[in-house]
Ligand binder design. Structure first.
Ligand SMILES: Cc1cc2nc3c(=O)[nH]c(=O)nc-3n(C[C@H](O)[C@H](O)[C@H](O)COP(=O)(O)OP(=O)(O)OC[C@H]3O[C@@H](n4cnc5c(N)ncnc54)[C@H](O)[C@@H]3O)c2cc1C
Length: 459
C-alpha cells in the first residue's frame, strides 16, 4: 500500500483529465491478464491523458522506488502485466489516436494505445494494408503488440509486428524521452533502438508514438479448407505447400480434438471424424491466386486431402469461423486454460505433434492443439483446473516436456506470446547464460532501480 502522501502526488500529476483508481475492487481489475497466473493487486492504477503526465509518473515511480507496469489491453498470454510486487499500473488506452496515415510514403503514426483492428480498418479504407493480425486484434493495442512482437495468422507471408516498426518514441525511468527511427525506408543514425523496444515487454521504456510501415492491400484472395483422415499427413502438407514455392497468406492447423470442440460449440458443419484440418488463404493478383490455388489442389489430391473452397464471402467467413472459435471453444471445457506457443521449424511440425500427443497421454491431460502451422507456431492448449493440485503438477511437467521438445527440434519456447513470468524459468535454457547477462546489463543500464515491469523474464 502506498503512503497517502504518494497517492496525493499521483493525483496531482493526473488531475487534468486523467483517471486514478485506488479502491480494492477497482485494483482487482488490473491484477491479472490473459495468462493463468495468480492475480496480484497493484497499489494504484493511473490513466494519464497526455505525455507530460506519463513523464511525471515515470519519474515519480523512479524517485519513490515504485514498480511501474505499463498496460495496454491486458490480453498478453505470458503474465506480462501482472504486478508481481504491486506498484503502479499505467494504462495506455487513453492514447488511442491515429496521428497520420501517409499514402505517399506508406506509413502510419499511431499512439501506443490504438486498438490494432482500428488501425487495420483505417488503412484498409485507403487501399492499404497493415498485416499483423493477432487473434486479439479487436482489443489488443499497438503498444502491446510491439512490446510482445505479436504475430498472428498472416505471419508466414507478411511477417510479424517487428517487420512493420519504423520508429518509436518512448520515456525512460529517469525521464529521458527517446526518439528512435523515423519515416524513411532507410535510416542508420545511431543504434536501432526501435528494434530494442520490440519484445521489450514493458521493461525498457513506456512507448508513446509508433511509426508503422504499410503496404498496398492485396487485390484478391481465396480461402479453402483441407480435411485429412490423419493428423501427420496434414502436418506434412504444410511443408509440401512451401516446397512447391507457394507462400499462402495464412496456413492454419486444427487437430481432431479442437475440430470437435469447435463443432460442438458452434455447429458450423465441420466433419468431426477428420484427423486434422488445414485452413489456407492465398492472396495477391488474380492470376497468381488462381495458379497457387490449382497447385494446392493438386498437392491436396496427391496427399489424400479433401479440399473445400469458399465460393462466397459467407462461405469464407464460415471457414475462418472454425479458426476464430478455436480458443473460445476450448475455453468452455474447463476452468483454467493454458495456451502455449512452442514453435519449431515448420518441417519439424509432424514430429512436434507426435511429441505433444505422447506428452498428453503420459500425463493424462486434455490438450487441444491448433495454430499457425505455416510458421511452425503451434498452440498446444492445456485445459485444466488451477484448484486441482495434483493435476497442476502434471501440467507443469507436461509444459516442461513440451518446451524441451521444441528446443530439441531447434525451435523456441515462444513464437509470439513472449516470456513474461510464464516462461521466465526456461529462458536461459534457450538463449544461454551470456545472453541473460547481456540482457541484465542492458536493463540495469537503462533502468538502474529496476522500476519498469520488474520480475518479468526473470530480470
Ligand atoms: C484471445 C486471444 C488471442 C490472441 N491471439 C494472439 C495471436 O494470434 N498472436 C499473438 O502474437 N498474440 C496473441 N494474443 C496475445 C496478446 O493479445 C498479444 O500479446 C498482444 O500484443 C497484447 O497486447 P495488449 O495491448 O493486450 O498488451 P498488454 O497485455 O496490456 O501488455 C503486453 C506487454 O506490453 C507492455 N506494453 C503495453 N503497452 C506498452 C507501451 N505503450 N509501452 C511499453 N510497454 C507496453 C506491457 O507492459 C506488457 O509487458 C492473444 C490473446 C488473446 C487473449
Amino acid at each position: 500500500m502506498l503512503y497517502k502522501s504518494l497517492v496525493y502526488k499521483f493525483k496531482e500529476i493526473i488531475k487534468e483529465n486523467g483517471t486514478i483508481f485506488t479502491e480494492e475492487d477497482q485494483l482487482a481489475c488490473y491484477s491479472y491478464d490473459a495468462y493463468a497466473e495468480i492475480p496480484v493487486l497493484p497499489d494504484i492504477v493511473v490513466k494519464p491523458s497526455n505525455y507530460e503526465q506519463i513523464e511525471k509518473i515515470i519519474k515519480l515511480c523512479n524517485d519513490a522506488n515504485i514498480p511501474l507496469i505499463t498496460r495496454g489491453a491486458g490480453t498478453n498470454l505470458s503474465g506480462g502485466t501482472v504486478p508481481k510486487t504491486g506498484g503502479c499500473v499505467l494504462l495506455t488506452t487513453g492514447f488511442n489516436k491515429i496521428l497520420e496515415i501517409n499514402e505517399n510514403d506508406l506509413y502510419a503514426v499511431v499512439q501506443s494505445g490504438v486498438v490494432t483492428a482500428n488501425l487495420a480498418k483505417a488503412v484498409e479504407s485507403k487501399g492499404l494494408f497493415y498485416p499483423p493480425d493477432p487473434g486479439s486484434m479487436n482489443i489488443s493495442t499497438i503498444g502491446g503488440n510491439v512490446a510482445e512482437n505479436a504475430g498472428g495468422l498472416r505471419g508466414l507471408k507478411y511477417g510479424v509486428t517487428k517487420d512493420y516498426v519504423m520508429g518509436i518514441n518512448f520515456f525512460c525511468p529517469e525521464g529521458n524521452y527517446v526518439k528512435s527511427g523515423g519515416k524513411t525506408v532507410k535510416l542508420v543514425t545511431g543504434f536501432n533502438l526501435q528494434g530494442l523496444m520490440v519484445s521489450s515487454e514493458g521493461m525498457l521504456g513506456v512507448m508513446t508514438d509508433i511509426t508503422l510501415k504499410l503496404i498496398p492491400k492485396p487485390k484478391t484472395s481465396r480461402s479453402m479448407l483441407v480435411l485429412f483422415k490423419d493428423m501427420i499427413t496434414a502436418c506434412e502438407m504444410v511443408s509440401a505447400i512451401i516446397a512447391a514455392k507457394i507462400v499462402p497468406a495464412t496456413l492454419e492447423f486444427l487437430d481432431n480434438f479442437t475440430i470437435n470442440t469447435v463443432e460442438e460449440a458452434s455447429k458450423i458443419g465441420l466433419p468431426t471424424d477428420a484427423g486434422a484440418l488445414l485452413l489456407i488463404e492465398v492472396d495477391g493478383y488474380e492470376g497468381q491466386v488462381e495458379e497457387e490455388f490449382s497447385k494446392i489442389l493438386e498437392i491436396s489430391q496427391k496427399m489424400g486431402g479433401e479440399l473445400k473452397v469458399a465460393n462466397s464471402l459467407e462461405e469464407r467467413n464460415k471457414i475462418w469461423e472454425a479458426r476464430r472459435k478455436a480458443l473460445s471453444s476450448l475455453a468452455r471445457l474447463k476452468p483454467t486454460l493454458i495456451l502455449e506457443d512452442a514453435t519449431v521449424p515448420r518441417s519439424r511440425i509432424p514430429e512436434m505433434m507426435r511429441r505433444i500427443q505422447a506428452i498428453t497421454k503420459k500425463y493424462d491431460l486434455t490438450i487441444g492443439t491448433f495454430g499457425h502451422a505455416g510458421d511452425g507456431n503451434l498452440h498446444p492448449t492445456i485445459l485444466t483446473d488451477r484448484r486441482n493440485k495434483t493435476e497442476m503438477e502434471r501440467v507443469e511437467k507436461a509444459i516442461d516436456e513440451i518446451f524441451e521438445a521444441a528446443l530439441e527440434l531447434e525451435g523456441t519456447l515462444s513464437g509470439e506470446h513472449g516470456v513474461g513470468t510464464a516462461k521466465a524459468k526456461y529462458l536461459e535454457k534457450e538463449v544461454g547464460k551470456g545472453t541473460i547477462i547481456y540482457m541484465k546489463k542492458l536493463k540495469n543500464g537503462t533502468d538502474p532501480k529496476n522500476i519498469l515491469n520488474p520480475h518479468k523474464m526473470g530480470l
